[in-house]
Design a protein around this ligand. Structure first.
Ligand code: FE2
Ligand code: FE2
Length: 277
Protein backbone atom coordinates (compact mmCIF):
# COMPACT_ATOMS: atom_id res chain seq x y z
CA UNK A 1 0.00 0.00 0.00
CA UNK A 2 1.15 3.53 -0.75
CA UNK A 3 1.80 5.64 2.35
CA UNK A 4 1.38 8.73 0.21
CA UNK A 5 -1.58 10.49 -1.35
CA UNK A 6 -2.97 10.71 -4.84
CA UNK A 7 -2.90 14.45 -5.50
CA UNK A 8 -3.82 16.60 -8.50
CA UNK A 9 -3.34 19.99 -10.13
CA UNK A 10 -4.06 21.54 -13.52
CA UNK A 11 -3.75 24.69 -15.59
CA UNK A 12 -0.30 25.63 -14.32
CA UNK A 13 0.13 27.86 -17.42
CA UNK A 14 3.87 28.19 -16.96
CA UNK A 15 4.29 30.80 -19.70
CA UNK A 16 3.56 33.20 -16.81
CA UNK A 17 6.62 33.87 -14.60
CA UNK A 18 4.44 34.03 -11.48
CA UNK A 19 2.99 30.62 -12.26
CA UNK A 20 6.49 29.21 -12.78
CA UNK A 21 7.29 30.44 -9.27
CA UNK A 22 4.18 28.69 -7.90
CA UNK A 23 5.21 25.47 -9.62
CA UNK A 24 8.76 25.74 -8.26
CA UNK A 25 7.27 25.94 -4.78
CA UNK A 26 5.20 22.76 -5.10
CA UNK A 27 6.41 19.94 -2.86
CA UNK A 28 4.80 16.59 -2.09
CA UNK A 29 3.90 16.10 1.56
CA UNK A 30 5.29 12.58 1.35
CA UNK A 31 7.92 11.26 -1.08
CA UNK A 32 5.34 8.60 -1.97
CA UNK A 33 2.76 11.13 -3.25
CA UNK A 34 1.58 10.92 -6.84
CA UNK A 35 0.62 14.01 -8.86
CA UNK A 36 -2.04 14.03 -11.57
CA UNK A 37 -1.55 16.96 -13.96
CA UNK A 38 -4.82 17.60 -15.80
CA UNK A 39 -3.57 19.69 -18.72
CA UNK A 40 -2.71 23.28 -19.67
CA UNK A 41 0.84 23.10 -18.33
CA UNK A 42 1.73 25.50 -21.14
CA UNK A 43 1.99 25.89 -24.89
CA UNK A 44 5.64 25.28 -25.81
CA UNK A 45 7.02 21.73 -25.58
CA UNK A 46 10.23 23.13 -24.03
CA UNK A 47 8.20 24.72 -21.20
CA UNK A 48 6.13 21.58 -20.72
CA UNK A 49 9.27 19.43 -20.53
CA UNK A 50 10.79 21.77 -17.94
CA UNK A 51 7.65 21.76 -15.78
CA UNK A 52 6.91 18.04 -15.92
CA UNK A 53 10.61 17.23 -15.47
CA UNK A 54 10.71 19.25 -12.26
CA UNK A 55 7.54 17.59 -10.93
CA UNK A 56 8.76 14.11 -11.92
CA UNK A 57 11.86 14.65 -9.76
CA UNK A 58 9.70 15.45 -6.72
CA UNK A 59 6.72 13.10 -6.95
CA UNK A 60 6.81 9.30 -6.88
CA UNK A 61 4.71 9.23 -10.06
CA UNK A 62 3.45 12.01 -12.31
CA UNK A 63 0.53 11.41 -14.68
CA UNK A 64 -0.22 13.94 -17.43
CA UNK A 65 -3.09 14.55 -19.81
CA UNK A 66 -3.03 17.28 -22.47
CA UNK A 67 -5.07 20.45 -22.23
CA UNK A 68 -5.99 22.59 -25.19
CA UNK A 69 -2.98 24.87 -24.63
CA UNK A 70 -0.47 22.02 -25.08
CA UNK A 71 -2.00 21.45 -28.52
CA UNK A 72 -1.69 25.04 -29.75
CA UNK A 73 0.76 25.69 -32.58
CA UNK A 74 1.63 29.35 -32.06
CA UNK A 75 3.75 31.70 -34.13
CA UNK A 76 6.61 31.99 -31.62
CA UNK A 77 7.13 28.26 -31.10
CA UNK A 78 10.04 26.58 -32.94
CA UNK A 79 8.08 23.29 -32.76
CA UNK A 80 5.77 23.53 -35.77
CA UNK A 81 3.99 20.20 -35.23
CA UNK A 82 0.19 20.29 -35.40
CA UNK A 83 -2.63 18.18 -34.02
CA UNK A 84 -2.00 14.50 -33.46
CA UNK A 85 1.73 14.81 -34.32
CA UNK A 86 2.10 17.50 -31.66
CA UNK A 87 0.33 15.32 -29.10
CA UNK A 88 2.56 12.33 -29.95
CA UNK A 89 5.65 14.54 -29.58
CA UNK A 90 4.52 15.46 -26.06
CA UNK A 91 3.86 11.81 -25.23
CA UNK A 92 7.46 11.02 -26.23
CA UNK A 93 8.75 13.80 -23.96
CA UNK A 94 6.68 12.36 -21.09
CA UNK A 95 8.03 8.89 -21.66
CA UNK A 96 11.61 10.19 -21.42
CA UNK A 97 10.67 11.79 -18.09
CA UNK A 98 8.86 8.72 -16.73
CA UNK A 99 5.53 10.58 -16.78
CA UNK A 100 2.45 8.47 -17.64
CA UNK A 101 0.13 9.59 -20.44
CA UNK A 102 -3.18 8.44 -21.95
CA UNK A 103 -1.10 6.25 -24.32
CA UNK A 104 0.54 4.16 -21.58
CA UNK A 105 -0.70 1.29 -19.43
CA UNK A 106 -2.98 2.75 -16.75
CA UNK A 107 -1.07 2.83 -13.46
CA UNK A 108 -2.48 1.30 -10.31
CA UNK A 109 -2.45 3.34 -7.11
CA UNK A 110 -2.56 1.28 -3.94
CA UNK A 111 -4.56 3.22 -1.39
CA UNK A 112 -5.81 2.31 2.07
CA UNK A 113 -9.16 1.21 0.58
CA UNK A 114 -7.48 -1.01 -2.00
CA UNK A 115 -6.05 -0.52 -5.46
CA UNK A 116 -7.55 1.97 -7.93
CA UNK A 117 -6.87 2.27 -11.64
CA UNK A 118 -5.67 5.76 -12.54
CA UNK A 119 -7.03 6.59 -16.01
CA UNK A 120 -5.48 9.56 -17.83
CA UNK A 121 -7.87 10.58 -20.62
CA UNK A 122 -7.46 12.75 -23.67
CA UNK A 123 -10.98 13.10 -25.00
CA UNK A 124 -11.32 16.69 -26.24
CA UNK A 125 -14.56 18.50 -27.12
CA UNK A 126 -17.00 18.38 -29.97
CA UNK A 127 -19.21 21.50 -29.56
CA UNK A 128 -22.05 19.39 -28.19
CA UNK A 129 -22.40 21.56 -25.05
CA UNK A 130 -24.58 23.88 -27.14
CA UNK A 131 -25.07 27.54 -26.28
CA UNK A 132 -28.38 27.79 -24.37
CA UNK A 133 -31.20 28.67 -26.76
CA UNK A 134 -29.56 27.02 -29.78
CA UNK A 135 -30.20 23.56 -31.22
CA UNK A 136 -27.36 22.97 -33.70
CA UNK A 137 -23.58 23.23 -33.62
CA UNK A 138 -23.71 25.92 -36.32
CA UNK A 139 -26.17 28.08 -34.34
CA UNK A 140 -24.17 27.57 -31.17
CA UNK A 141 -20.95 28.74 -32.81
CA UNK A 142 -22.76 31.67 -34.43
CA UNK A 143 -24.05 32.73 -31.01
CA UNK A 144 -20.47 32.66 -29.68
CA UNK A 145 -19.21 34.83 -32.54
CA UNK A 146 -22.11 37.25 -32.03
CA UNK A 147 -21.25 37.51 -28.32
CA UNK A 148 -17.51 37.88 -29.05
CA UNK A 149 -16.76 34.76 -26.97
CA UNK A 150 -14.69 32.57 -29.28
CA UNK A 151 -12.07 30.22 -27.88
CA UNK A 152 -8.52 30.83 -29.14
CA UNK A 153 -8.43 27.12 -30.05
CA UNK A 154 -10.28 28.08 -33.24
CA UNK A 155 -7.05 29.73 -34.43
CA UNK A 156 -4.26 27.64 -32.86
CA UNK A 157 -5.56 24.12 -32.11
CA UNK A 158 -5.29 22.24 -35.40
CA UNK A 159 -6.86 18.79 -35.64
CA UNK A 160 -4.50 17.34 -38.31
CA UNK A 161 -4.79 14.69 -39.70
CA UNK A 162 -8.48 14.80 -38.74
CA UNK A 163 -10.74 17.12 -40.68
CA UNK A 164 -12.12 18.79 -37.54
CA UNK A 165 -11.67 19.00 -33.78
CA UNK A 166 -14.97 17.14 -33.34
CA UNK A 167 -13.77 14.29 -35.56
CA UNK A 168 -10.59 14.06 -33.48
CA UNK A 169 -12.74 14.01 -30.35
CA UNK A 170 -14.85 11.14 -31.73
CA UNK A 171 -11.69 9.11 -32.40
CA UNK A 172 -10.44 9.83 -28.88
CA UNK A 173 -13.78 8.80 -27.34
CA UNK A 174 -13.63 5.47 -29.20
CA UNK A 175 -9.98 4.86 -28.19
CA UNK A 176 -10.67 5.73 -24.54
CA UNK A 177 -13.74 3.49 -24.34
CA UNK A 178 -11.76 0.59 -25.72
CA UNK A 179 -9.00 1.15 -23.16
CA UNK A 180 -11.53 1.51 -20.32
CA UNK A 181 -13.28 -1.70 -21.35
CA UNK A 182 -9.97 -3.52 -20.85
CA UNK A 183 -9.65 -2.38 -17.21
CA UNK A 184 -10.25 -4.71 -14.27
CA UNK A 185 -14.06 -4.44 -13.85
CA UNK A 186 -13.87 -5.01 -10.08
CA UNK A 187 -11.60 -2.06 -9.44
CA UNK A 188 -12.59 1.58 -8.95
CA UNK A 189 -11.01 4.23 -11.18
CA UNK A 190 -9.84 7.80 -10.92
CA UNK A 191 -10.66 9.45 -14.25
CA UNK A 192 -8.41 12.37 -15.24
CA UNK A 193 -9.34 14.60 -18.18
CA UNK A 194 -8.73 18.25 -19.04
CA UNK A 195 -12.49 18.82 -19.45
CA UNK A 196 -15.28 17.91 -17.05
CA UNK A 197 -16.88 14.65 -18.18
CA UNK A 198 -20.34 16.05 -17.41
CA UNK A 199 -21.78 19.38 -18.49
CA UNK A 200 -23.03 20.62 -15.11
CA UNK A 201 -19.77 22.33 -13.99
CA UNK A 202 -19.88 24.54 -17.10
CA UNK A 203 -23.24 26.03 -16.04
CA UNK A 204 -21.44 28.52 -13.82
CA UNK A 205 -19.30 29.94 -16.65
CA UNK A 206 -19.63 33.70 -16.93
CA UNK A 207 -20.09 33.31 -20.70
CA UNK A 208 -22.34 30.30 -21.43
CA UNK A 209 -21.23 30.39 -25.09
CA UNK A 210 -17.81 29.12 -23.94
CA UNK A 211 -19.21 25.74 -22.85
CA UNK A 212 -18.94 24.33 -26.39
CA UNK A 213 -15.14 24.32 -25.97
CA UNK A 214 -15.37 22.49 -22.63
CA UNK A 215 -16.21 18.84 -23.32
CA UNK A 216 -18.61 16.47 -24.95
CA UNK A 217 -21.98 14.91 -24.10
CA UNK A 218 -20.46 11.53 -25.08
CA UNK A 219 -18.76 11.18 -21.67
CA UNK A 220 -21.83 12.05 -19.57
CA UNK A 221 -22.13 8.62 -17.91
CA UNK A 222 -18.48 7.60 -17.75
CA UNK A 223 -18.13 8.33 -14.02
CA UNK A 224 -20.89 5.76 -13.38
CA UNK A 225 -20.09 3.34 -16.16
CA UNK A 226 -16.39 3.13 -15.29
CA UNK A 227 -16.71 3.01 -11.47
CA UNK A 228 -15.07 6.37 -10.71
CA UNK A 229 -14.03 6.95 -7.11
CA UNK A 230 -13.28 10.51 -8.25
CA UNK A 231 -13.04 12.56 -11.45
CA UNK A 232 -10.25 15.14 -11.87
CA UNK A 233 -10.43 17.97 -14.41
CA UNK A 234 -9.40 21.57 -15.03
CA UNK A 235 -9.81 24.01 -17.94
CA UNK A 236 -12.61 26.08 -16.39
CA UNK A 237 -10.21 27.93 -14.06
CA UNK A 238 -12.88 27.64 -11.37
CA UNK A 239 -11.38 25.45 -8.58
CA UNK A 240 -14.26 23.55 -7.07
CA UNK A 241 -15.52 20.26 -5.66
CA UNK A 242 -18.90 19.03 -6.88
CA UNK A 243 -20.86 15.78 -6.76
CA UNK A 244 -22.61 14.10 -9.64
CA UNK A 245 -24.53 10.85 -9.05
CA UNK A 246 -22.64 10.50 -5.77
CA UNK A 247 -19.22 10.79 -7.49
CA UNK A 248 -16.78 13.51 -6.44
CA UNK A 249 -15.55 15.77 -9.24
CA UNK A 250 -12.51 17.97 -8.51
CA UNK A 251 -11.63 21.02 -10.64
CA UNK A 252 -7.99 21.52 -9.63
CA UNK A 253 -6.81 24.48 -11.72
CA UNK A 254 -4.29 27.13 -10.75
CA UNK A 255 -5.28 29.44 -13.64
CA UNK A 256 -3.79 32.77 -14.70
CA UNK A 257 -2.17 35.17 -12.20
CA UNK A 258 -5.02 37.66 -12.74
CA UNK A 259 -7.41 34.92 -11.61
CA UNK A 260 -5.55 33.73 -8.50
CA UNK A 261 -4.25 37.13 -7.31
CA UNK A 262 -7.67 38.19 -5.96
CA UNK A 263 -7.77 35.05 -3.79
CA UNK A 264 -4.74 36.44 -1.94
CA UNK A 265 -1.32 35.05 -1.01
CA UNK A 266 0.67 32.38 -2.78
CA UNK A 267 -1.72 29.72 -4.01
CA UNK A 268 -1.29 26.02 -3.29
CA UNK A 269 -3.38 24.52 -6.06
CA UNK A 270 -2.50 20.86 -5.35
CA UNK A 271 -5.54 18.95 -4.05
CA UNK A 272 -5.69 15.54 -2.39
CA UNK A 273 -7.91 13.18 -4.35
CA UNK A 274 -7.30 9.95 -2.37
CA UNK A 275 -7.43 8.93 0.39
CA UNK A 276 -10.78 10.72 0.26
CA UNK A 277 -10.57 13.87 2.42
FE1 FE2 B 1 -6.28 26.60 -18.66
FE1 FE2 C 1 -7.82 24.55 -21.02
Amino acid sequence: MSGGALTAVSDLHVSYAENRAVLEGLRPRSPEDWLLVAGDVGERPADIEWALGLLAQRYAQVVWVPGNHELWTTGEDPVRLRGEARYRHLVEICRRLGVRTPEDPYPQWDGPDGPVTVVPLFVGYDYSFLTPGTTTQEQSLQAAHAAGIVCTDEYYLHPDPYSSREEWCAARVAYSQQRLAECDPTRPTVLVNHYPLVREPTRILRYPEFAQWCGTVRTADWHRRYRAAAVVYGHLHIPKTSWHDGVRFEEVSLGYPREWHPRGGTPNPVRTILPAP
